[in-house]
Design a protein around this ligand. Structure first.
Ligand SMILES: [Cu+2]
Length: 121
């Protein structure tokens, strides 16, 4: 498996081919299609940089209690999450366009993450 080539190269098909019906069921498990995750804190989005192929869904998981919730927005105003208030509250967004998104937490504007979306090969 080539682990250096990015998020979209899940070897799910290879696993299924090698192991028959039992593992084919695992291959269609939603968990297997789960994209990258960014953890949300008061002072950090982790990781602060993701390079993705277009069409990738990113999961944002709040890890700390925040009265009123953390809202994730982007500088162009096209992205806005609902308030993520409790640890474990999560939201996802699918990046369907090539480009760079500068995200920040509305309540902590200095806390940023950059999403770089490139075409599929
Ligand atoms: Cu906070």
């Amino acid at each position: 498996m080539d682990v250096s080539s990015g998020f979209r190269r899940f070897p799910v098909w290879a696993v299924a081919l090698g192991a028959g019906l039992g593992l084919m069921l695992i291959a269609v498990d939603p968990a297997a299609a789960h994209g990258p995750t960014i953890e949300i804190r008061h002072d950090e989005m982790k990781p602060p940089l993701l390079n993705l192929f277009v069409g990738t869904t990113v999961h944002f998981v709040n890890t700390v209690a925040m009265p009123g919730g953390h809202v994730i927005v982007d500088e162009s105003g096209t992205i806005e999450s609902p308030p993520l208030e409790k640890p474990g509250d999560d939201w996802h967004h699918t990046f369907d366009e090539v480009g760079t998104w500068e995200l920040f937490i509305k309540q902590h504007p200095k806390v940023k993450a950059r999403i770089v979306v490139v075409p599929k090969r």
